[in-house]
Design a protein around this ligand. Structure first.
Ligand SMILES: Cc1ncc(C[n+]2csc(CCOP(=O)(O)OP(=O)(O)O)c2C)c(N)n1
Ligand SMILES: [Mg+2]
Length: 803
């Protein structure tokens, strides 16, 4: 549907002349920032640049409709929007281009992200939440195209929850009755991604206040839109989503990117509709341009025709805005020229200030290093070399930190035979810089606040003879019931989680008891289940997003890896999304239902905790620890454990299981067997068999793979047994190799080993179907017994002859 002209009589009736001229100023400032930004890259002052030129006007219109408490989830073209809101100064914009690591200078990512990645800071320095309803909020951008969409769904869904779930009304810091709109932006070509369609469909089903704008410049880098989109138009393709008098759906609006009046009206209308009625809206902004091409990596003259390039000049939105202002008589050509000249001077000034700030810090470090190196030269046998290195460093043009630190490290190497106080000073300076650089480039992978999962107080489970023996799933059910009763922020959702209480019944009866907004069914859409979790967690809620089986995590792992796991890191503690992903894995049969791809998880989800409880008692305690913390995590429950009997602790819902603390399940003196999850029972069974033939195995459950054995329990055991085997159900070189590496690198055990450390993983292929498939694909108790026996045979062939 094209927005009807009669919706609002005229933009001029509700936007003042001053405001329009201010809009013009923001637009031209943003344009000059783009133009100068590109030059900075070509001058070698920044590595890469991607800019928002050609997209200014629509973003100004979007900013007008954006209210405090609202959220944006967008992409790299949105500088003008951020500037129009006052959430991005030109100086900050250039600070990011230069990768300034100071969080005050570059609040979005502290120099960790390339330019065009926007974010506001939701957290105070101590990790506590700010009042998000008093701020303009932008979720932290990521580079993969369309990956802003799943989280956008969650940001919008949070408004739905805040409005519909009356238990959340007290949380005024996060919402005002769900009146917040989640505004998304995406490029036309990126709408081809699966996650775009998945998010659109889910938003239509859920009827959430989401306004998604498509910035359509006709291209995705060099490829024109006919190659991306059926009929060459995403709004045409999506017309089936258009709501009607009788059916819910989307409101779909088409508007031109150079038409100021229509843009202002479209965004105003969209915002009101989404905010008041929770109707999702799609705004297809067509006829946008790219005055400088896609990015600094290439020039668009290579792939655009002369006609197209001319068309882009003629229909440039700032040119058209200028014409509009002049023809409506709001200002003269000279007035606008004056604004343009002033804007250009202002941008230049702020750019220079950003450079002075950024380069000043490094120059200061350089000066210090040069002086310290020169000092070491006196009396050193390496005098000439050291002085030369200092001189070269002193002369460098636009030095970066690497130049300084690398020279210092090379100097220290040259000085290895010296023992002067000047060398000590240089070494101390370097050690200090190491700490600073850790903070600049490597901090905040995990929470550094008081809410870190590692700081959660330990409360042991109370279990005794009077604790009833129940099915494992009933322990989880008791835990979730307790938590739903005591924490209004907590809710669970996923495929089959609602009505039947998940396929393994841990939520059985809990939707009936606590309501549909607390325990909720979703469609089959793992990627946006994760996004829904991230978005709601970004808005202060405590979701558990369920992935029905571990194998299907692959559909959601991109969001977990690119977005969630990197969130605290890429904002340097500015945002958090303490989402818990619940799933179940390990033992079952079949190629797609039995996997234990822990290596995949470990490699891609650094920044999250990875919990692998051996039973439901441990799982409930881990959930409690995580809910007390502000960190994201994945919990892999044992698929074959829901019907096994466990004792229901008296304090379920309150006890915690600490992360990073392995548990010794059985003591032994000959060999240490390290494992986790469903393998714990198998390894224990094997250990008891081994006991009968005189081999004493110590069995350790690591409990969590990330963090890994912070207490040094495995090392301590190896120092006693002098032998170790790491067993699991992952492929060779997967999590068993990870465990081996962790122990070898961090626990100083090499000299205590009397036998080669070994791993006992599953086969490299996925497990075959049926119990026989399982037996021949994954380690069994027989495999463990044989592996340990073989090890002992090598130690003492007389006592343990070959089988
Ligand atoms: C998942 C993924 N694939 C590829 C890229 C590389 N890439 C970056 S931008 C881009 C083109 C995007 O075009 P469009 O969505 O139309 O946005 P525009 O840049 O035109 O505004 C591509 C292919 C990426 N960032 N992420
Ligand atoms: Mg495009």
């Amino acid at each position: 549907m094209t927005l009807k002209a009669q919706e609002k009589e005229s933009t001029l009736a509700f936007v003042s002349k001053e405001e329009i001229l201010k809009d013009f100023r923001v637009a031209v400032e943003s344009r000059h920032a783009s133009l100068m930004g590109r030059k900075e890259v070509f001058m070698g002052k920044a590595k890469f640049g991607i800019f928002g030129d050609g997209k200014e006007l629509a973003q100004i219109a979007m900013a007008k409709a954006f209210r405090k408490g609202d959220f944006r989830s967008g992409y790299y073209r949105d500088q003008t929007f951020m500037m129009a809101l006052g959430e991005l100064t030109v100086q900050q914009y250039f600070a990011q281009l230069y990768a300034h690591t100071n969080v005050e200078a570059e609040p979005a990512s502290a120099g960790r992200l390339m330019n065009g990645h926007f974010a506001t800071r939701s957290l105070n320095e101590d990790g506590t939440w700010k009042n998000l309803t008093e701020m303009y909020n932008s979720a932290a951008d990521i580079s993969p195209t369309a990956a802003q969409m799943p989280k956008l769904l969650g940001l919008a869904y949070a408004s739905k929850l805040f409005r519909e779930n009356k238990g959340l009304q007290e949380l005024t810091q996060f919402s005002n009755n769900g009146n917040e709109v989640a505004w998304g932006t995406i490029g036309n070509a990126s709408t081809s991604e699966g996650m775009f369609f998945e998010s659109i469909n889910a938003a239509g089903v859920l009827q959430v206040p989401m306004v998604i704008s498509i910035w359509d410049d006709g291209y995705g880098i060099s490829v024109p839109k006919e190659f991306h989109t059926t009929k060459g138009s995403i709004s045409e393709v999506l017309m089936g989503f258009q709501r009607t008098e009788t059916e819910k759906g989307f409101e779909i609006i088409k508007v031109k990117g150079w038409d100021y009046e229509a843009l202002v009206q479209a965004f105003d209308y969209a915002g009101e509709l989404a905010r008041n009625e929770h109707v999702p809206v799609l705004i297809h902004v067509e006829e946008m341009t790219q005055p400088q091409g896609h990015s600094t990596s290439g020039s668009h003259e290579r792939y655009k025709s002369a006609e197209r390039l001319k068309w882009e000049k003629d229909w440039d939105c700032i040119k058209k805005f200028r014409e509009y202002i002049i023809t409506t008589g709001l200002a003269s050509e000279e007035d606008l020229d004056k604004i343009d000249t002033e804007a250009k001077a202002e941008v230049k000034k702020q750019k220079e200030a950003a450079w002075a700030d950024f380069s000043g810090e490094i120059k200061k470090e350089l000066q210090e290093a040069v002086t310290l190196i020169r000092n070491t030269a006196e009396g050193s046998g390496q005098k000439a070399n050291l002085l030369q290195m200092a001189e070269e460093l002193a002369k460098s043009i636009n030095p970066i930190r690497k130049d300084v630190i690398s020279t210092v490290r090379k100097s220290l190497f040259l000085l290895r035979n010296d023992s002067s106080s000047a060398k000590e000073s240089l070494r101390n300076w370097y050690e200090n810089q190491k700490e600073l650089n850790h903070d600049r480039y490597s901090s905040h992978l995990y929470s550094e606040s008081d809410f870190s999962a590692l700081k959660v107080a330990q409360k042991p489970a109370k279990v005794d003879e009077s604790s009833p023996l129940v099915d494992g799933r009933e322990i989880l059910q008791a835990f979730f019931d307790y938590t739903l009763s005591n924490d209004p922020r907590f809710f669970a959702f996923g495929e089959d989680v609602g009505k039947i209480g998940d396929v393994n019944q841990a939520f059985a009866g809990l939707q009936a008891k606590h309501g549909e907004w607390r325990v909720t069914d979703t469609s089959i859409r793992e990627c946006t289940i994760v996004g829904q979790g991230i978005g709601t967690a970004l808005r202060g809620l405590r979701p558990i997003a369920e992935i029905q089986y571990l194998d299907y995590l692959l559909y959601g792992i991109q969001m977990l890896s690119d977005d969630l796991a990197s969130l605290q890191y890429r904002t340097k503690g500015g945002q958090k999304a303490p989402l818990i992903v619940r799933t179940r894995g390990h033992r079952l049969e079949g190629v797609w239902h039995a996997g234990s791809p822990m290596g995949m998880i470990l490699s891609t989800l650094r920044g999250m905790h990875v919990c692998v409880p051996r039973d439901m008692t441990q799982a409930a305690g881990m959930y409690k620890t995580l809910l007390e913390s502000d960190e994201p995590a994945i919990v892999v429950e044992c698929l074959n454990g829901y019907r096994l009997k466990e004792r229901l602790p008296h304090n379920v819902g309150e006890y915690t299981v600490p992360l990073g603390q392995p548990e010794v399940l059985k003591e032994g003196s000959d060999v240490t067997l390290v494992t986790y999850g469903s393998m714990c029972r198998i390894v224990l069974e094997a250990a008891h068999e081994l006991e009968e033939i005189g081999i004493s195995a110590e069995v350790i459950d690591v409990q969590t793979l990330l963090p890994f054995d912070l207490t040094g329990t495995i090392g301590e055991s190896i120092r006693k047994t002098n032998r170790v085997i790491f067993a699991d159900e992952d492929v060779p070189g997967g999590a068993s190799a990870f465990m081996l590496q962790q122990v070898m690198d961090h626990q100083d055990v090499f000299r205590f080993l009397d036998s080669e450390p070994q791993t006992l993983p599953a086969k490299a292929h996925r497990p075959a179907y049926s119990s026989d498939g399982d037996y021949f694909s994954k380690p069994s108790a027989d495999d463990v017994v044989e592996k340990v026996y073989q090890l002992m045979h090598e130690v003492d062939p007389n006592r343990f002859p070959a089988i």
